[in-house]
Design a binder for this molecule. Structure first.
Ligand SMILES: Nc1nc2c(ncn2[C@@H]2O[C@H](COP(=O)(O)OP(=O)(O)OP(=O)(O)O)[C@@H](O)[C@H]2O)c(=O)[nH]1
Ligand SMILES: [Mg+2]
Length: 331
């Protein structure tokens, strides 16, 4: 039996306990899961911000700069860095950056890295659970850094309250962000490395894209220029982040997003559970890998494969709701 108030109190006062509990939850240790169940009703207080964008645009550097400004505003802050640095950009991992900062030994800053090849079928799920833990630990602000590719379920956009999309000047990075759909997901767009040539053009490209957004949008997405290395525009960025939270509360969009996050987490958990059940059942001839290969070889359809796998899981596969071709044409 878990004594909830004791766990909450320790979580809020003891960083080593928090780190240990994070590891337990990442590893899905039964004790960790029991703690999470106990504290979950006390979560939902934090403002969760996702920072996404192509590799090397300066996400880690920007977060490091933001941490200083957030601390100056008197708040504690936690950061989850997913796959902290791509091997391609040679960017320093966030932890290294923060160690270089003035506040490196600051108890009010908590940083945790998570490997994207962690848990079977469920980085998004693992991330969601660690967010709950940090939330219960009392951090009013939780920032998540991720490369916005959406690969292997790393799409954290559906788990957060505010999505910050980072681009950088030059070689069509702004255009790339637009093409990959990042502009649509972003609540705040940032052109980092504004100290570099081409920043004005990238700003213009993104502002034009924002202006083309459907008029149904009740809020104009801000497009900001920052330099993480020259510490420019960081205060304005924090202001925009706080303003977005205010807008969410005022428009009622916060509830919509929380429902969306809950749905994404439930589905991620369900998917991971099914993947595990399938690998546990790999003694049979219809393993996941096998049917996937048959689908790829055009031997069976994905629909047929799903039916086979549903049999393995002992789940009856439901037929889709009835509809005629005529209905589809009208819709
Ligand atoms: N000139 C300039 N360089 C910057 C700025 N921000 C970051 N950089 C540099 O850009 C490189 C990549 O920065 P990171 O913060 O590691 O970028 P990232 O987006 O976190 O990279 P990944 O995590 O690997 O995707 C580093 O060499 C930084 O020093 C900036 O505002 N101006
Ligand atoms: Mg990084």
């Amino acid at each position: 039996v878990v004594e909830t108030t004791t766990v909450l109190a320790r979580l809020r006062s003891d960083r080593h306990f928090l780190a240990r509990l994070t590891t337990l939850i990442e590893n899905e240790d039964s004790q960790g899961i029991a703690y999470l169940e106990a504290i979950y009703p006390y979560t939902g207080q934090a403002h969760v911000v996702g920072v996404t964008g192509p590799p090397g645009v300066g996400k880690s550097a920007l977060i490091a700069a933001l941490l200083e400004t957030i601390r100056e505003s008197g708040r504690q802050v936690a950061v989850i860095a997913i796959d902290p640095s791509s091997p391609f950009t040679g960017g320093a991992v966030l932890g290294d950056r923060v160690r270089m900062m003035r506040h490196h030994a600051d108890e009010g800053v908590y940083i945790r890295s998570m490997a994207s090849r962690g848990r079977t079928g469920g980085l998004a799920w693992a991330t969601a659970e660690v967010i709950h833990l940090l939330d219960a630990a009392g951090f009013p602000l939780i920032i998540i850094e991720t490369v916005g590719t959406g690969q292997d379920g790393t799409d954290v956009a559906s788990l957060v309250d505010t999505v910050l999309v980072v681009a950088a000047p030059g070689l069509g990075d702004g255009v790339q962000a637009m093409k990959s759909g990042l502009v649509e997901t972003g609540d705040i767009l940032v052109v980092n490395k504004a100290d570099r040539p081409g920043a004005v053009e990238t700003l213009r490209t993104l502002r034009a894209a924002v202006a083309l957004a459907p008029p149904a949008e009740r809020r104009v997405t801000p497009v900001l220029a920052t330099s993480a290395t020259e510490t420019m525009g960081i205060g304005e960025l924090l202001h925009a982040i706080d303003e977005h939270r205010g807008w969410l509360a005022q428009s009622g969009d916060d509830q919509t997003r929380r429902s969306r996050a809950a749905r994404a987490e439930v589905l991620a958990a369900l998917r991971a559970t099914m993947e595990r059940r399938l690998s546990a059942a790999s003694g049979t001839s219809r393993t996941l890998a096998e049917v996937v290969s048959r689908v790829a070889q055009r031997e069976i359809t994905a629909r047929h494969a799903a039916g086979d796998l549903a049999d393995v899981l002992d789940l009856p596969l439901l037929a889709a709701p009835c509809g005629s071709i005529g209905d589809e044409r009208r819709g």
